[in-house]
Unconditional design. Sequence first.
Length: 168
Amino acid sequence: MSRSPKPRKAYRPRLIAVNTLEIALHRAAKPAAADREEVLNMLRQAAQALREGVATELQWSIIAGAVDVAKAIEHQGIVRGLAEHLASAEASLQTIYDRAIATGTWKPTALHYYELDAVQTFVDLHTFQVNQLGRAEFLAAVDTAQARINASGNKAALVRDLQTLQAA
């Protein structure tokens, strides 16, 4: 009985050697100041509109999404000790949403003092959080928050998607 030889392995091109140190440094570096400010300015503008009582549902969702990102950062353990403040901001945002949507369509509503305080405290703390993160940590937190939002049956929109929504 003769045996046939083993078949040849399929050709697989080798991975291209990359500069792993450069990749690690790129991901460990802080995001550019302009990128951080772009994200934080959108949050600040939404908080300002909410504070003035003229916020749209989109602006409310920007703040609510930022709370989810902040909770993901807290969960990563990079910036710790903010869980109670984040829970307070989340509860205030839920109260604001319930009041604004009570008629069936979004109607901007005035905020109570404790809601104003919770939202402003959140904006300040989230600014601190974002300034402490490296690029990879921030992207991981955004991905985690987006996955949690999608897993709960809601839709998450990224900043680049929001700009097209605002233009429409």
